[in-house]
Design a protein around this ligand. Structure first.
Ligand code: URA
Ligand code: SF4
Length: 264
């Protein structure tokens, strides 16, 4: 099969995965050139086209949103999290952590995984059942969908750092409570500080509200490019929510494409 046809097939597969039945055209390019362009080309090559066609301009990125700048670790701190020099060192601290009640029910801690030089960091809420059993983030049903979403933006999950706000599974997958989040976020903040990603993708309200230090609803936070310590943060739905509500697939696809465009 020719490259073009293979690309078209991959594209349609992505649309089916993320957009349901509808065929969504990337960047809303029209299928046919508009009449003005046809008219211009009929004037022949000696008349250069004076305008750029609307559809050739890239869609503008969403406007800036919130900015959260929590203080980073300093060299002279005695806090072991601030002192941790590698992702492995953080994972080791997490493995023995008893800073909140979520340590009581866990089988494994789930610190997160991915390369230390990842350009994208994906942040979810907290480990589910399969994650707790394996110690790996996003490996259950929601994780399978996330893996497909990342493949669709040509970022295989092996090249992304994937983690959660809390590193131990909340009982019955309930939402993590405020004090549990407060106890756990220093690990995440240090992970981000070490990785220095180009973009953070916050999946779901818990991730978005924690990274942006806000109580605003997910719907209000989408469609802006926020900042965490200067790093762009794109907010979207949680893949587990997409499994329950397929109507959110199309907006999620829009969000992840925005995240992809922010990566060099
Ligand atoms: N949901 C999450 O938020 N994180 C996981 O790791 C798995 C499911
Ligand atoms: Fe420690 Fe975080 Fe686990 Fe709580 S959830 S015990 S703070 S690692």
């Amino acid at each position: 099969m020719s490259d073009g046809r293979a690309l078209a097939r991959a594209f349609l597969e992505q649309q089916r995965l993320l957009g349901g039945d509808a065929v969504i055209l990337s960047d809303s390019r029209p299928l046919l050139p508009d009449s003005r362009t046809v008219g211009q080309s009929e004037r022949g090559p000696s008349h250069p086209s004076p305008t750029v066609r609307q559809s050739d301009r890239p869609t503008p990125l969403p406007p800036p949103g919130l900015s959260f700048d929590p203080p980073g670790g300093d060299l002279f701190a005695t806090d072991p999290v601030a002192q941790a020099r590698s992702l492995a060192a953080i994972a080791e601290l997490v493995a023995s952590c008893v800073k909140c009640r979520l340590c009581e029910g866990r089988a494994h801690t789930v610190p997160g995984e991915g390369p230390a030089d990842a350009r994208l960091v994906v942040v979810g809420e907290g480990p589910g059942r399969v994650e707790d059993e394996t110690g790996r983030p996003f490996v259950g049903p929601a994780g399978e969908l996330l893996t497909k979403i990342l493949a669709a933006i040509e970022l295989p999950r092996e090249r992304v750092f994937i983690c959660n706000i809390v590193k131990c599974r909340p009982p019955e997958n309930r939402q993590p409570q405020y004090d549990e989040i407060a106890a756990c976020v220093p690990y995440l903040f240090r992970q981000i500080e070490l990785i220095k990603p180009q973009v953070i993708l916050a999946m779901g309200g818990t991730a978005a509200q924690t990274l942006l230090n806000t109580k605003q609803a997910l719907g209000a936070l989408r469609n802006h490019v926020h900042r965490f310590r200067g790093i762009p943060v794109v907010v979207t739905y949680h893949p587990a929510a997409l499994l329950r509500n397929p109507n959110w697939k199309k907006p999620t696809w829009d969000d992840v494409r925005i995240a992809r465009r922010l990566i060099a």
